[in-house]
Write a protein that binds this ligand. Structure first.
Ligand code: SF4
Length: 326
Protein backbone atom coordinates (compact mmCIF):
# COMPACT_ATOMS: atom_id res chain seq x y z
CA UNK A 1 0.00 0.00 0.00
CA UNK A 2 1.87 3.13 -1.14
CA UNK A 3 2.10 5.58 1.77
CA UNK A 4 2.07 8.49 -0.71
CA UNK A 5 -1.61 7.66 -1.17
CA UNK A 6 -2.32 9.14 2.27
CA UNK A 7 -1.97 12.56 3.84
CA UNK A 8 -0.17 12.15 7.14
CA UNK A 9 1.53 15.54 7.51
CA UNK A 10 -0.63 18.09 9.41
CA UNK A 11 1.01 20.99 7.61
CA UNK A 12 0.16 19.53 4.24
CA UNK A 13 -3.49 19.09 5.25
CA UNK A 14 -3.67 22.67 6.50
CA UNK A 15 -2.26 24.04 3.25
CA UNK A 16 -4.13 21.75 0.87
CA UNK A 17 -7.51 22.39 2.46
CA UNK A 18 -6.84 26.02 3.43
CA UNK A 19 -7.88 25.20 6.98
CA UNK A 20 -8.75 28.25 9.06
CA UNK A 21 -7.70 26.38 12.23
CA UNK A 22 -4.47 24.42 12.57
CA UNK A 23 -4.39 20.68 13.07
CA UNK A 24 -3.77 20.10 16.78
CA UNK A 25 -0.24 18.72 17.13
CA UNK A 26 -0.83 17.18 20.55
CA UNK A 27 -3.84 15.22 19.27
CA UNK A 28 -1.86 14.25 16.16
CA UNK A 29 0.93 12.93 18.39
CA UNK A 30 -1.59 10.75 20.27
CA UNK A 31 -3.20 9.37 17.08
CA UNK A 32 -1.42 10.34 13.86
CA UNK A 33 -3.26 12.04 11.07
CA UNK A 34 -4.11 9.71 8.21
CA UNK A 35 -6.52 10.39 5.39
CA UNK A 36 -6.49 9.03 1.82
CA UNK A 37 -5.79 11.70 -0.79
CA UNK A 38 -8.73 10.52 -2.87
CA UNK A 39 -11.02 11.18 0.12
CA UNK A 40 -9.44 14.54 0.97
CA UNK A 41 -10.57 15.77 -2.45
CA UNK A 42 -14.16 15.53 -1.18
CA UNK A 43 -13.49 17.95 1.68
CA UNK A 44 -14.64 21.52 1.17
CA UNK A 45 -11.71 23.96 1.19
CA UNK A 46 -11.65 26.34 4.12
CA UNK A 47 -14.56 24.60 5.83
CA UNK A 48 -13.62 23.53 9.39
CA UNK A 49 -17.01 21.84 9.80
CA UNK A 50 -16.85 19.61 6.75
CA UNK A 51 -18.29 16.23 7.89
CA UNK A 52 -15.43 14.24 6.39
CA UNK A 53 -12.77 16.53 7.82
CA UNK A 54 -14.34 16.35 11.29
CA UNK A 55 -13.94 12.57 11.34
CA UNK A 56 -10.21 12.60 10.59
CA UNK A 57 -8.66 15.94 11.59
CA UNK A 58 -6.79 15.87 14.92
CA UNK A 59 -8.58 18.40 17.11
CA UNK A 60 -7.66 20.13 20.37
CA UNK A 61 -10.95 18.84 21.76
CA UNK A 62 -9.43 15.33 21.83
CA UNK A 63 -7.14 16.45 24.63
CA UNK A 64 -10.09 16.71 27.05
CA UNK A 65 -11.33 13.55 28.65
CA UNK A 66 -14.43 14.09 30.77
CA UNK A 67 -15.47 11.53 33.39
CA UNK A 68 -17.01 8.43 31.91
CA UNK A 69 -14.63 8.34 28.94
CA UNK A 70 -11.67 5.97 29.05
CA UNK A 71 -8.91 4.29 27.08
CA UNK A 72 -10.75 0.99 26.65
CA UNK A 73 -14.49 1.70 26.85
CA UNK A 74 -15.50 -1.86 25.91
CA UNK A 75 -12.94 -3.47 28.21
CA UNK A 76 -11.47 -5.35 25.28
CA UNK A 77 -7.90 -5.37 26.56
CA UNK A 78 -7.95 -3.89 30.05
CA UNK A 79 -10.77 -5.89 31.64
CA UNK A 80 -10.30 -8.24 34.59
CA UNK A 81 -8.67 -11.56 33.79
CA UNK A 82 -11.32 -14.24 33.28
CA UNK A 83 -9.19 -17.31 33.63
CA UNK A 84 -9.66 -18.09 29.93
CA UNK A 85 -6.68 -17.58 27.70
CA UNK A 86 -7.37 -16.46 24.17
CA UNK A 87 -4.77 -16.08 21.43
CA UNK A 88 -3.51 -12.52 20.97
CA UNK A 89 -5.96 -10.45 18.93
CA UNK A 90 -8.93 -12.76 19.46
CA UNK A 91 -12.05 -11.49 21.23
CA UNK A 92 -14.91 -13.77 22.14
CA UNK A 93 -17.82 -11.60 23.23
CA UNK A 94 -20.89 -13.38 21.88
CA UNK A 95 -21.98 -16.99 21.50
CA UNK A 96 -21.20 -18.62 18.17
CA UNK A 97 -18.91 -15.93 16.81
CA UNK A 98 -15.46 -14.64 17.52
CA UNK A 99 -13.72 -11.48 16.40
CA UNK A 100 -10.10 -11.14 15.38
CA UNK A 101 -8.59 -7.67 15.73
CA UNK A 102 -6.31 -7.65 12.73
CA UNK A 103 -3.36 -5.28 12.62
CA UNK A 104 -4.23 -4.25 9.06
CA UNK A 105 -3.57 -0.59 8.36
CA UNK A 106 -6.70 1.54 8.43
CA UNK A 107 -7.56 3.60 5.38
CA UNK A 108 -7.92 6.61 7.68
CA UNK A 109 -7.54 7.28 11.36
CA UNK A 110 -11.00 7.96 12.76
CA UNK A 111 -10.69 10.34 15.70
CA UNK A 112 -13.57 8.58 17.52
CA UNK A 113 -12.16 5.05 17.09
CA UNK A 114 -12.89 3.06 20.24
CA UNK A 115 -9.67 1.11 19.70
CA UNK A 116 -7.51 4.21 19.32
CA UNK A 117 -5.64 3.51 22.56
CA UNK A 118 -5.12 -0.20 21.89
CA UNK A 119 -1.51 -0.98 22.85
CA UNK A 120 0.77 -2.20 20.07
CA UNK A 121 0.92 -5.97 19.94
CA UNK A 122 2.86 -8.67 18.22
CA UNK A 123 1.64 -9.87 14.80
CA UNK A 124 -1.25 -12.33 14.96
CA UNK A 125 -0.40 -15.99 15.12
CA UNK A 126 -2.96 -17.46 12.74
CA UNK A 127 -1.83 -20.97 13.49
CA UNK A 128 -2.58 -20.43 17.17
CA UNK A 129 -5.93 -18.80 16.36
CA UNK A 130 -6.91 -21.73 14.13
CA UNK A 131 -5.85 -24.25 16.79
CA UNK A 132 -7.96 -22.39 19.39
CA UNK A 133 -10.98 -22.44 17.09
CA UNK A 134 -10.50 -26.16 16.41
CA UNK A 135 -10.93 -26.64 20.16
CA UNK A 136 -14.08 -24.46 20.11
CA UNK A 137 -16.16 -25.76 17.26
CA UNK A 138 -19.30 -23.93 18.31
CA UNK A 139 -17.90 -20.91 16.50
CA UNK A 140 -19.78 -20.65 13.21
CA UNK A 141 -18.78 -17.12 12.32
CA UNK A 142 -15.40 -15.46 12.26
CA UNK A 143 -15.28 -11.66 12.21
CA UNK A 144 -12.19 -9.96 10.86
CA UNK A 145 -12.14 -6.47 12.28
CA UNK A 146 -9.94 -3.47 12.86
CA UNK A 147 -7.38 -2.26 12.29
CA UNK A 148 -8.76 -2.96 8.85
CA UNK A 149 -8.51 -6.51 7.48
CA UNK A 150 -8.24 -5.14 3.93
CA UNK A 151 -5.21 -3.13 5.06
CA UNK A 152 -3.29 -6.32 5.88
CA UNK A 153 -0.26 -7.06 3.73
CA UNK A 154 -1.16 -9.55 0.99
CA UNK A 155 0.97 -12.33 2.51
CA UNK A 156 -0.68 -11.96 5.90
CA UNK A 157 -4.18 -11.96 4.46
CA UNK A 158 -3.30 -15.06 2.45
CA UNK A 159 -1.95 -16.75 5.57
CA UNK A 160 -5.19 -15.93 7.40
CA UNK A 161 -7.26 -17.24 4.48
CA UNK A 162 -5.20 -20.42 4.39
CA UNK A 163 -6.04 -21.19 8.02
CA UNK A 164 -9.66 -20.05 7.72
CA UNK A 165 -10.16 -22.37 4.75
CA UNK A 166 -9.25 -25.32 6.93
CA UNK A 167 -11.89 -24.53 9.59
CA UNK A 168 -14.77 -26.66 8.32
CA UNK A 169 -17.19 -25.58 11.09
CA UNK A 170 -16.81 -21.84 10.29
CA UNK A 171 -19.59 -21.04 7.84
CA UNK A 172 -19.43 -17.26 7.70
CA UNK A 173 -16.46 -14.92 7.55
CA UNK A 174 -17.40 -11.32 8.14
CA UNK A 175 -15.07 -8.52 7.08
CA UNK A 176 -15.44 -5.17 8.84
CA UNK A 177 -13.79 -2.53 6.70
CA UNK A 178 -13.67 1.12 5.65
CA UNK A 179 -11.17 0.55 2.84
CA UNK A 180 -13.51 0.12 -0.16
CA UNK A 181 -15.38 3.26 0.87
CA UNK A 182 -12.56 5.61 1.90
CA UNK A 183 -9.78 4.36 -0.36
CA UNK A 184 -11.51 2.43 -3.17
CA UNK A 185 -8.53 2.73 -5.51
CA UNK A 186 -6.64 0.38 -3.17
CA UNK A 187 -9.08 -2.51 -3.53
CA UNK A 188 -6.80 -5.32 -4.67
CA UNK A 189 -7.96 -6.56 -8.10
CA UNK A 190 -7.34 -10.15 -7.05
CA UNK A 191 -9.17 -9.92 -3.70
CA UNK A 192 -12.42 -11.32 -5.05
CA UNK A 193 -10.88 -14.42 -6.67
CA UNK A 194 -8.87 -15.09 -3.49
CA UNK A 195 -12.04 -14.98 -1.38
CA UNK A 196 -13.96 -17.04 -3.92
CA UNK A 197 -11.25 -19.69 -3.72
CA UNK A 198 -11.83 -19.96 0.04
CA UNK A 199 -15.59 -20.09 -0.49
CA UNK A 200 -15.08 -23.36 -2.37
CA UNK A 201 -14.52 -24.86 1.07
CA UNK A 202 -18.19 -24.14 1.92
CA UNK A 203 -17.90 -20.74 3.60
CA UNK A 204 -19.44 -17.42 2.70
CA UNK A 205 -17.79 -14.04 3.09
CA UNK A 206 -19.83 -10.98 3.92
CA UNK A 207 -18.82 -7.36 4.30
CA UNK A 208 -19.82 -4.73 6.82
CA UNK A 209 -18.76 -1.28 5.67
CA UNK A 210 -18.27 1.47 8.21
CA UNK A 211 -19.86 4.55 6.57
CA UNK A 212 -20.84 7.71 8.40
CA UNK A 213 -21.76 10.32 5.83
CA UNK A 214 -23.24 10.28 2.32
CA UNK A 215 -20.26 12.25 0.98
CA UNK A 216 -18.12 9.14 1.61
CA UNK A 217 -20.10 7.27 -1.04
CA UNK A 218 -18.21 8.68 -3.99
CA UNK A 219 -18.67 7.23 -7.50
CA UNK A 220 -15.35 5.39 -7.01
CA UNK A 221 -16.55 3.91 -3.71
CA UNK A 222 -19.82 2.85 -5.34
CA UNK A 223 -17.84 1.15 -8.11
CA UNK A 224 -15.70 -0.76 -5.58
CA UNK A 225 -18.83 -1.78 -3.69
CA UNK A 226 -20.42 -2.80 -7.01
CA UNK A 227 -17.55 -5.21 -7.70
CA UNK A 228 -18.13 -6.93 -4.35
CA UNK A 229 -21.91 -6.94 -4.85
CA UNK A 230 -21.68 -8.49 -8.30
CA UNK A 231 -19.36 -11.13 -6.86
CA UNK A 232 -22.30 -12.16 -4.67
CA UNK A 233 -21.07 -11.11 -1.21
CA UNK A 234 -23.81 -9.88 1.16
CA UNK A 235 -23.04 -6.24 2.01
CA UNK A 236 -24.11 -4.36 5.14
CA UNK A 237 -23.40 -0.96 6.67
CA UNK A 238 -22.57 0.23 10.15
CA UNK A 239 -22.60 3.87 11.13
CA UNK A 240 -21.49 5.65 14.28
CA UNK A 241 -23.82 8.45 15.35
CA UNK A 242 -21.49 11.47 15.49
CA UNK A 243 -22.08 15.04 16.56
CA UNK A 244 -21.54 17.40 13.64
CA UNK A 245 -21.16 14.57 11.12
CA UNK A 246 -24.47 12.74 10.84
CA UNK A 247 -26.64 13.88 13.77
CA UNK A 248 -29.46 14.99 11.47
CA UNK A 249 -32.25 12.68 10.32
CA UNK A 250 -31.96 13.98 6.75
CA UNK A 251 -28.22 13.23 6.61
CA UNK A 252 -28.73 9.68 7.81
CA UNK A 253 -31.68 9.20 5.44
CA UNK A 254 -29.53 10.27 2.50
CA UNK A 255 -26.66 8.05 3.63
CA UNK A 256 -28.84 4.96 4.06
CA UNK A 257 -30.69 5.51 0.79
CA UNK A 258 -27.51 6.03 -1.21
CA UNK A 259 -25.86 3.04 0.44
CA UNK A 260 -28.86 0.86 -0.41
CA UNK A 261 -28.77 2.07 -4.01
CA UNK A 262 -25.17 0.87 -4.08
CA UNK A 263 -26.28 -2.54 -2.79
CA UNK A 264 -25.57 -2.11 0.93
CA UNK A 265 -28.20 -3.14 3.48
CA UNK A 266 -28.36 -0.96 6.65
CA UNK A 267 -27.28 -2.95 9.69
CA UNK A 268 -26.22 -0.93 12.75
CA UNK A 269 -26.34 2.65 13.94
CA UNK A 270 -23.94 2.69 16.89
CA UNK A 271 -24.12 4.92 19.90
CA UNK A 272 -20.59 6.29 20.34
CA UNK A 273 -18.36 4.15 22.53
CA UNK A 274 -17.06 6.46 25.26
CA UNK A 275 -13.40 6.45 24.35
CA UNK A 276 -11.07 9.11 25.74
CA UNK A 277 -10.60 11.86 23.16
CA UNK A 278 -13.97 11.45 21.46
CA UNK A 279 -16.37 13.10 23.91
CA UNK A 280 -17.08 15.97 21.53
CA UNK A 281 -18.58 13.49 19.06
CA UNK A 282 -21.16 12.15 21.49
CA UNK A 283 -24.87 12.55 20.77
CA UNK A 284 -27.01 11.81 23.85
CA UNK A 285 -29.07 8.63 23.55
CA UNK A 286 -32.37 10.49 23.91
CA UNK A 287 -31.46 12.68 20.98
CA UNK A 288 -30.36 9.60 19.02
CA UNK A 289 -33.73 8.00 19.72
CA UNK A 290 -35.56 11.03 18.38
CA UNK A 291 -33.38 10.99 15.24
CA UNK A 292 -34.14 7.31 14.66
CA UNK A 293 -37.87 7.78 15.34
CA UNK A 294 -37.94 10.45 12.64
CA UNK A 295 -35.91 8.17 10.39
CA UNK A 296 -38.58 5.50 10.78
CA UNK A 297 -41.22 7.97 9.68
CA UNK A 298 -39.16 8.97 6.67
CA UNK A 299 -37.87 5.66 5.31
CA UNK A 300 -39.18 2.16 4.66
CA UNK A 301 -38.33 -0.21 7.51
CA UNK A 302 -35.64 -2.04 5.55
CA UNK A 303 -33.62 1.17 5.33
CA UNK A 304 -33.59 1.82 9.08
CA UNK A 305 -30.59 0.29 10.89
CA UNK A 306 -30.73 -1.06 14.43
CA UNK A 307 -29.74 1.67 16.87
CA UNK A 308 -27.52 -0.06 19.43
CA UNK A 309 -24.88 0.45 22.07
CA UNK A 310 -22.31 -1.99 23.33
CA UNK A 311 -21.86 -2.69 27.01
CA UNK A 312 -18.83 -4.67 28.20
CA UNK A 313 -19.82 -8.16 29.28
CA UNK A 314 -23.36 -8.05 27.79
CA UNK A 315 -24.31 -11.15 25.73
CA UNK A 316 -25.24 -9.02 22.71
CA UNK A 317 -25.45 -5.42 21.62
CA UNK A 318 -28.14 -3.48 23.48
CA UNK A 319 -30.98 -2.14 21.31
CA UNK A 320 -31.87 1.51 21.89
CA UNK A 321 -35.47 1.63 20.79
CA UNK A 322 -36.62 4.88 19.24
CA UNK A 323 -38.84 7.17 21.26
CA UNK A 324 -42.29 8.05 19.82
CA UNK A 325 -42.05 10.85 17.29
CA UNK A 326 -42.44 14.28 18.89
S1 SF4 B 1 -11.25 2.25 10.34
FE1 SF4 B 1 -12.16 1.30 12.18
S2 SF4 B 1 -10.41 0.48 13.33
FE2 SF4 B 1 -9.61 1.96 11.84
S3 SF4 B 1 -9.49 3.93 12.92
FE3 SF4 B 1 -11.48 3.87 11.88
S4 SF4 B 1 -12.91 3.03 13.40
FE4 SF4 B 1 -10.81 2.55 14.12
Amino acid sequence: MPETTFITDPEELETLLELPEPVDRLAAAALPLRIPRELAKRIGKGDPNDPILLQFRPSARENDSPPGFGADPLKEWSGPATGETFPAGLLWKYAGRVLVMTRGVCAAHCRFCFRRHLPPAAPLDWGEIAAFLERNRSVGELILSGGDPLGMPTEELDLALHYIKGLSFVKWVRIHTRHPILAPSLLAPDLIPRLKEVEKSGKRFLFVFHINHPAELTPAAARAVGLLRRAGFPLFSQTVLLRGVNDRTETLAELLTRAFEAGIVPYYLHQLDRVAGAAHFEVPVEEGRRIVARLRALLPGYLVPRYVREIPGAPSKIPLEPAPTD
